[in-house]
Design a protein around this ligand. Structure first.
Ligand code: PEP
Ligand code: MN
Length: 392
């Protein structure tokens, strides 16, 4: 695939990145002098491949002493340390002379920590004690109802999606509804039900936080904190999510550009939380045959520019049960890292998003199809989650 077999495989679908570090070196970093005044420009310290952990720590401490924030991002080949912050100056000369430093460069894009300039290889979000991951070769499948409505409903759906091999369970506890009169979610009760589901079936839990209060609770009870489309530019919520040490799944805003989407990720990462997962869920267009327009073209565009994993939600993208499977097939075919899908065993009685929820039997069929498509695009579809695994 690329010149460097060690990294070529990582950059699936966008061979231009097999250029690796040299792509970074081509960045325009001509600056008037080498004492760079910080005007929001991020500097990047590229460590030598053989740099020791002590040398990396010393560089981070030096950056802190300068009044900046270091973001060490280890890669397969070498560690890069992103520098953010806006006080004082960065003395490139001093940094370049520290032991273990290969070079100091300037990142020109608006998003920095989310960019491949800072971290070349794909981010893989792992879940301690399990074999589940989001990003990497294995597809991640997140399935469950729009809302948790009762323990019986949630357990019944969880049992069926687990039997088909999903590793992640989704269910809304706090719902961002267009109408204040619509079902708002069971809140903490739903979080407790999902914690029982994790206990019973091993499924890792993905659920949405809609404000500061629910963020703290979701972070306590769930495995992945979802930030919904309507909150993609809720910057204070994003910053707070950045202070968590839990993966954050950000859904694309209803009219968000690629840059706005990556800037949302940047908000979370700038606070030190680098476990960010993106999710394309359709954007609003003039099309009236579907709830939204699924923009799969953002997948290669994101993968070219960012190392973050991207899932696809064919449920909210289409709003129609019959469209979910075709769009899920296309999502995997176009390089998505997995699917987030709504499943309900009695969608006609669902308290939210029944028309777009697929039946458990349709989910089982979808898994069979995705399993066949996956190897065509160099992926695999794991079936079921293994827990109690000791991992380094
Ligand atoms: C959801 O996943 O239930 C949801 C509300 O999604 P979105 O934020 O994409 O509308
Ligand atoms: Mn929904």
């Amino acid at each position: 695939m690329g010149e460097n077999p060690a990294i070529g495989k990582k950059f699936r679908g966008h061979p231009s990145h097999t250029a690796g570090i040299s792509a970074t070196r081509q960045l325009p970093f001509a600056v008037p002098d080498d004492r760079l005044r910080d005007r929001g420009a991020t500097m990047l310290v590229v460590m030598k491949a053989q740099a020791t952990p002590e040398e990396i720590r010393a560089v981070c401490e030096h950056i802190e002493q300068l009044g900046f924030r270091p973001h060490p991002l280890p890669g397969a080949q070498r560690t890069a340390i992103g520098i953010t912050g806006n006080q004082g100056e960065v003395d490139r000369g001093n940094l370049e002379e520290l032991p273990g430093v290969a070079e100091v460069i300037r990142v020109s894009k608006a998003y920095k920590l989310a960019s491949r300039d800072v971290k070349e290889e794909d981010t893989v979000v792992r879940f301690a004690g399990t074999d589940a991951a989001i990003g990497g070769d294995a597809l991640a499948i997140v399935a469950g109802p729009c809302s948790i409505e009762s323990k019986e409903q949630a357990f019944s759906i969880a049992e069926q999606v687990a039997a088909s091999g999903a590793q992640f369970f989704r269910g809304g506890a706090y719902k961002p509804r267009t109408s204040p009169y619509a079902f708002q979610g069971l809140g903490l009760e739903a979080l407790r039900i999902m914690a029982e589901i994790r206990e019973r079936f091993g499924l890792r839990i993905v659920t949405e936080a809609i404000d500061n209060e629910s963020l703290d609770l979701v972070a306590e009870w769930a495995d992945v904190v979802q930030i919904g489309a309507r909150n993609m530019q809720n910057f204070s919520l994003l910053k707070r999510a950045g202070k968590l040490r839990k993966p954050v799944l950000i859904k694309r805003g209803l009219s968000a550009t690629l840059e706005e989407f990556l800037m949302a990720a940047e908000y979370v990462m700038s606070e030190g939380n680098y476990e960010v997962i993106l999710c394309e869920r359709g954007v609003r267009t003039f099309a009236d045959h579907a709830r939204n327009t699924l923009d799969l073209s953002i997948i290669p565009a994101i993968q070219r520019l960012s190392h973050l994993p991207i899932l696809v939600d064919p449920s909210h993208a289409t709003g129609k049960r019959d469209s979910v499977l075709p769009m899920a097939r296309a999502a995997v075919a176009s390089g998505g890292d997995g699917i987030l899908v709504e499943v309900h065993d009695h969608p006609e009685k669902a308290l939210s998003d029944g028309p777009q929820s697929i039946y458990p039997a349709q989910f089982a069929a979808m898994m069979d199809e995705l399993e066949q498509i996956a190897p065509v695009v160099g992926r695999s579809l794991p079936r079921g989650i293994h827990v109690g695994i000791a991992r380094a």
